[in-house]
Design a protein around this ligand. Structure first.
Ligand code: HBI
Ligand code: FE
Length: 285
């Protein structure tokens, strides 16, 4: 299932179609994201010299990245087992998938590809506070793999609702910083414009208790006030939190609790008869 070895980026073997897939996705997202993605993410893509002209070279990006925050990109085949992934993050190594999706897969991929990682995750690693958050997350993950499945479940939710699907509150309104959104045309629109999802203030324990879906747009987004506040909120040792949460109930991805800081309460079509929530309307990607 998992190939865990580090692979060199086969840059000279990328085909015209590979570079075209990068160009199409890059051009489309760069046209859509100003005013949607946080300014720093877009600026950092420029600091790396990323452009639509070609797939970036990991070794060139590493010159800028090492110097800025001591991080380094390594090539991998795809999703890594949690313990291997955490191990890399704890050494300030970010695993980047070496291959890119095909032109007929631009709108949905089953696992992270090069565009998701390079366009979505890598730019914020130039931000010292976010880079420290990712490093601390990796160190926490190495500990969690020794604590067992419940701790891992909590950490995976934290990653999901921040690094992958996080929103940031700014003076100009909510902005995207999560890589899973930034690399998706449809969700870059849906996460800010649709009335369907909840948008709730980030709370560490709340996030660690909240389920998520991997096959639809998110039903809840969590909003941070800044990378500093995210880093501060997660500085503490998670051991006591895991112990606290052992007896807590999971929270459904669609739920809103009285204790939530609600930026926006989602409008879902509820099937009154069943009393449940109908699947969220999904804006076509
Ligand atoms: N592997 N290559 C890669 N990239 C990821 O973002 C990644 C992973 N493995 C596990 C994972 N993310 C998440 O489950 C984290 O919560 C651990
Ligand atoms: Fe990712």
């Amino acid at each position: 299932m998992y190939a865990t070895e580090v692979v060199a980026q086969p840059w000279d073997n990328y085909s015209r179609e590979d570079h075209q897939a990068w160009a199409t996705l890059f051009r489309r997202q760069r046209a859509l994201l100003p005013g949607r993605a946080c300014r720093e993410l877009l600026e950092n893509q420029e600091r790396f010299g990323m452009s639509e002209s070609h797939i970036p070279r990991f070794d060139e990006l590493n010159v800028t990245l090492r110097q800025a925050t001591g991080w380094e990109l390594i090539g991998v085949e795809g999703l890594l087992p949690d313990d291997v992934f955490f191990g890399h993050l704890s050494q300030r190594r970010f695993p980047v998938t070496w291959w890119i999706r095909k032109l007929d897969q631009l709108d949905y991929i089953s696992e992270p590809d090069l565009f998701h990682d390079l366009f979505g995750h890598v730019p914020l690693l130039l931000n010292p506070v976010f880079a420290d958050y990712m490093h601390a997350y990796g160190c926490g993950g190495v500990k969690a793999t020794k604590l067992g499945a419940d701790a891992l479940k909590r950490l995976t939710r934290l990653y999901w609702y921040t690094v992958e699907f996080g929103l940031l509150r700014t003076a100009d309104g909510l902005r995207i910083y999560g890589a899973g959104i930034v690399s998706s045309k449809g969700e870059s629109i849906y996460c800010l414009d649709s009335p369907v999802p909840n948008r709730l203030g980030f709370d560490l324990r709340r996030v660690m208790r909240t389920q998520f879906r991997i096959d639809t747009y998110q039903e809840t987004y969590f909003v941070i006030d800044g990378f500093e506040s995210l880093f501060e909120a997660t500085r503490e040792d998670f051991g006591p939190i895991y112990a606290d949460l052992l007896t807590s109930e999971d929270i459904a991805a669609t739920a809103i609790l009285p204790s939530d800081n609600v930026h926006h309460a989602g409008h879902r079509v509820r099937d009154v008869a069943a009393g449940g929530a109908a699947p969220a309307l999904v804006i076509p990607g």
